[in-house]
Design a protein around this ligand. Structure first.
Ligand SMILES: [Fe+2]
Ligand SMILES: [Fe+2]
Length: 472
C-alpha cells in the first residue's frame, strides 16, 4: 500500500485513487530495477547517511538519516504554484498556463518528458560499479545521494506520464525501466548516457558537465506552459545543484592533490609515479565529457527546437531576463559551419534555440573551470585547464562528421585518428586510473592518495564520520 509515509509527496497522492493505483503497479518494477541495475554490492547490508526530501520547504530538505538504499523513500514533489502564472514565451505568450496537456501538443510533450526521464535511470546504471572503487566513505555517500536523487527524478517524470498521458504514459513509464545504458538492443535514448563511467575521474566530470546539461534542460523545461512540468522541474533543479557540487568539488580535490604531489616530487617529475592524476589526464576527461554534453543540447539549427519554443513547451534558461519573448522574426548571430568552413551567420532565433541554450551552458561551465584554475595558480603551477572549442569531438549537429582539435583547428580524418588520444582518454589512461582505484577505501576519515579530503563533512558531521555503515 502506497502512503505519504512510503512515498513522501505534495501532490495529494492519497486523494487520487487512479494515480495511486498506477504508481502502486509501477513501484515494484522500479524497486526490482534498482536492485538489478543500481549500486552493485550496496543493496542489502549497507546503510547510507542520505538526505531525503520530505517536503519542498527548506526544512523538508534537512532530513538526514541512515537508510538501506532499496528502502529510500522516493518522493513526488512539485515546487509551490505561482499565483496567476502566465505563459512566458512563444505564440501563446501572456495566456494562463495549462494545468492539463493540450491535445495538439501531447506527442511533443510526451517526447520531452520521456527524453528527460530516460537520462535519470541511465546515469544510475552508468555509475553502478563505482562504489567498489570509492576514494572514501564521504565520496561513497555522495555517489549514493546522487543516485537516489536521479531515481527520484525518474519518479518525477513517471508521475507526469501517469498523471497526464493515459495509457501511452503508462507504457512509456514501463519502457523507462526496460532500456539500459550501453545495451546494444535497447540502449538509452541519448549517447552520453550509454558511455560507461567506471572510474571516479569520469564520475566527477560527468556530474560537473553532464549533470549541468541536466540543469540546462531543467531550466528550459521549468519555463514550460504546462504548469505541472514547470513545477516538477523547478524542484528537481534544487537537487541538480548538489550533483554539480559533487562534480566540481571532486575535480577540485583531485587537482589540489595533484598540485601537492607535484610540489613534493619536484615539479618536473611525472605525478603518476607517485600515484596522482596528472593534469593532461584531467584535461582529456574534461574534453570528453564537455564535448559529449555539448551534443546533448542538440543540433545548432533545429526545427524541433523552434516548434517547442513557438508552442510554449520549452523556453530559454531564465526566460524573464530576455527583452522579447515571442521572438517571431528575431535573429541569432552564431558560429556556423558550411562547405567545410567556419563562418558566422544570422539564424532565425527560434531555430537557434538549442544554440542559445548551449551558449548559456558554456558560460556556466567556463565559470567552474576558472575556479579550478585558481587552485593551479595558488600552487604556482603554470598549466591551466580549458574548455575545448565547441567544434571539438562533436557527433551531433553541423560539426559532426568533421574533425577539429581542441582549439577548433580543422583536421583531416587521418590526422584525427593519429592524434585523438592526445586529447581524449586512451586505453592506457583508463588502465592507469583503474589501477589507482582498484582498492576501495571504506575506513572513516581515510582518503585515496589521488584526492584531498573535502573542506567539510555532510550536514555538519565530521569528515571522519561513518557515512556508510554495514548493518550491525
Ligand atoms: Fe536528474
Ligand atoms: Fe543530476
Amino acid at each position: 500500500m502506497i502512503s505519504a509515509e512510503k512515498i513522501p509527496n505534495n501532490v495529494n497522492l492519497s486523494g487520487n485513487k487512479r494515480l495511486q493505483r498506477a504508481l502502486e503497479h509501477w513501484q515494484p518494477k522500479y524497486i526490482q530495477w534498482w536492485r538489478d541495475m543500481g549500486p552493485q554490492g550496496f543493496q542489502d547490508y549497507h546503510q547510507v547517511y542520505v538526505r531525503t526530501a520530505v517536503s519542498v520547504d527548506p526544512e523538508g530538505w534537512a532530513h538526514f538519516e541512515y537508510v538501506k538504499l532499496p528502502e529510500y523513500r522516493w518522493g513526488i514533489f512539485l515546487a509551490d504554484p505561482v499565483h496567476d502564472r502566465r505563459i512566458g514565451f512563444g505564440d501563446f505568450f501572456g495566456q494562463p498556463v495549462w494545468q492539463e496537456v493540450p491535445g495538439e501538443f501531447r506527442n511533443q510533450l510526451r517526447r520531452l518528458i520521456v527524453t528527460q526521464g530516460d537520462t535519470e535511470p541511465a546515469s544510475v546504471e552508468q555509475q553502478r560499479l563505482l562504489g567498489q572503487r570509492c576514494p572514501s566513505l564521504y565520496d561513497l555517500r555522495n555517489l549514493f545521494q546522487v543516485n537516489v536523487e536521479e531515481g527520484r527524478h525518474l519518479w518525477a517524470m513517471v508521475y507526469l506520464l501517469h498523471s497526464y498521458f493515459g495509457r501511452d504514459g503508462r507504457d512509456e513509464a514501463e519502457e523507462l525501466l526496460e532500456r539500459q545504458s550501453g545495451n546494444r538492443d535497447k540502449p538509452r535514448i541519448l549517447e552520453a548516457f550509454n558511455e560507461p563511467i567506471d572510474n571516479w575521474l569520469d564520475f566527477f566530470m560527468f556530474t560537473m558537465f553532464t549533470d549541468r546539461d541536466g540543469k540546462s534542460q531543467l531550466m528550459s523545461l521549468s519555463e514550460s506552459s504546462l504548469d505541472p512540468l514547470s513545477r516538477t522541474t523547478r524542484f528537481m533543479l534544487t537537487e541538480e545543484a548538489h550533483h554539480m557540487f559533487v562534480g566540481e568539488t571532486g575535480i577540485a580535490r583531485i587537482l589540489e592533490r595533484t598540485c601537492q604531489l607535484m610540489k613534493e616530487a619536484g615539479f618536473s617529475e611525472d605525478v603518476r609515479k607517485v600515484g596522482g592524476i596528472d593534469i593532461p589526464t584531467i584535461q582529456k576527461h574534461l574534453n570528453q565529457w564537455f564535448s559529449l554534453s555539448l551534443d546533448l543540447h542538440g543540433s545548432e539549427v533545429s526545427s524541433n527546437a523552434a516548434s517547442y519554443f513557438a508552442n510554449g513547451l520549452k523556453g530559454r534558461a531564465k526566460e524573464e531576463t530576455f527583452d522579447e519573448h515571442v521572438v517571431r522574426d528575431a535573429y541569432y548571430h552564431m558560429e556556423y559551419f558550411e562547405n567545410g568552413k567556419a563562418v558566422t551567420k544570422d539564424v532565425l532565433m527560434r531555430n537557434a534555440m538549442n544554440e542559445v541554450l548551449r551558449d548559456w551552458y558554456v558560460g556556466d561551465c567556463e565559470a567552474g573551470v576558472i575556479r579550478w584554475n585558481r587552485i593551479l595558480e595558488h600552487y604556482g603551477i603554470s598549466d591551466r585547464l580549458r574548455l575545448p572549442d565547441r567544434k571539438f569531438n562533436r557527433n551531433i549537429g553541423m560539426y559532426s562528421g568533421f574533425h577539429f582539435d581542441p582549439h577548433g583547428v580543422a583536421l583531416t580524418k587521418d590526422e584525427w585518428e593519429r592524434r585523438k588520444f592526445e586529447w581524449l582518454p586512451s586505453q592506457a589512461d583508463s588502465e592507469y586510473l583503474l589501477s589507482i582505484m582498484a582498492e576501495p577505501i571504506y575506513e572513516p576519515g581515510k582518503f585515496a592518495n589521488y584526492i584531498v579530503p573535502p573542506r567539510r563533512g555532510v550536514n555538519q558531521q565530521p569528515i571522519d564520520f561513518q557515512y556508510v555503515r554495514t548493518e550491525q
